[in-house]
Design a protein around this ligand. Structure first.
Ligand code: ATP
Ligand code: MG
Length: 287
């Protein structure tokens, strides 16, 4: 289904990111609800073209674990996307509301995100911006990956801005080294690092790579991620979760497990029987 901008009516603001604003909108003719993401700044043509190109890939992506894109528009330099509306918010919002997320929920989140990553990686697509604010949840208990590509395109053009730090906090060690990156690795393993770090953040209730007082700027992050030991899981976590996190957070990209391998990990097996209902997580959120 193709949706045009003229048919959309703004209902409310869902949130602001470094690149733009996201609105809850209604398709007047059908009454369907969507999320409309508008890239605020008017970027030069080359950047816009690259964003459009990357989003076109997303639009063709067809997986229950990837947020659907129903239209991409460039109106006088202002780019916008019509996206599937996710009524449960982001994993970042859930984490903020609960402070920490119990393991059995994280197993369910991991399973669904890994299915999305498996789909992307099998199609030779690397996401490059997996982090809690780009993992969306809905009341049908689905977890989906959003925001494919755009932030990375913009990050390269805005490398000196604060927004870049937000994106690089979840970057794997090899991505900090521009020469090593791209040549030796296919990049898929970088998404696995970012997923591991996001899940660990949910378990710890704080960003894992820095100690509480440390400023999250580029040099501090680079030193912590590239020179430090990989962050470790909380000691009270189950051995299965500890092992899962270690499989994701291998500093050597070649030792990191793949989406396919991780879907078979005992951590996911452990909670398979348990009710995977994510709705208790969403209840305290007023969305
Ligand atoms: P950053 O710009 O640093 O990547 P971000 O991912 O939070 O941060 P956006 O992608 O612009 O920035 O999203 C802003 C907010 O809009 C999100 O945090 C989320 O709350 C909301 N949002 C984004 N996409 C959707 C969607 N498809 N459905 C519902 N809410 C959404
Ligand atoms: Mg986002």
């Amino acid at each position: 289904e193709e949706v045009t901008l003229e048919d959309l009516q703004k209902i409310s603001t869902l949130g602001c990111g470094s690149s733009g604003k996201v609105y809850k909108v209604k398709h007047v003719k059908t009454g369907k609800i969507y999320a409309l993401k508008i890239i605020q700044e008017k970027h030069e043509l080359a950047v816009r073209k690259q964003i459009m190109r990357e989003m076109e890939i997303l639009r063709r992506a067809n997986s229950p674990h990837i947020v659907q894109c129903y239209g991409i528009f460039d109106r006088g330099g202002e780019i916008s996307f019509v996206l599937e509306y996710m009524d449960g918010g982001t994993l970042a919002q859930v984490l903020q509301a609960h402070k920490k997320i119990p393991e059995h929920y994280l197993a369910e989140v991991a399973r669904q995100v890994l299915k999305g990553l498996l789909y992307l990686h099998q199609n030779k697509i690397v996401h490059r911006d997996i982090k809690p604010s780009n993992l969306l949840i809905n009341k049908r208990r689905e977890v989906k990956i959003a925001d494919f590509g755009v932030s990375t395109v913009l990050a390269h053009t805005l490398a000196q801005c604060n927004s870049f730090v937000g994106t690089c906090a979840y970057m794997s060690p090899e991505r900090f080294d521009p020469d090593g990156y791209g040549g030796k690795y296919d990049g898929c393993s970088a998404d696995i690092w970012s997923l591991g770090l996001s899940l660990l953040e949910c378990a710890l209730g704080r960003f894992p790579c820095l100690s509480p007082g440390q400023r999250p700027d580029w040099p501090t992050l680079m030193v912590a991620i590239c020179l430090g030991d990989p962050p470790s899981p909380p000691p009270d976590a189950s051995p299965e979760f500890q092992s899962f996190i270690r499989c994701c957070l291998q500093k050597d990209a070649l030792l990191r497990h793949t989406a396919h391998g991780l879907l078979l990990h005992p951590f996911l097996k452990k909670y398979e029987q348990r009710s995977c209902d994510l709705s208790p997580l969403l209840q305290s959120l007023h969305l």
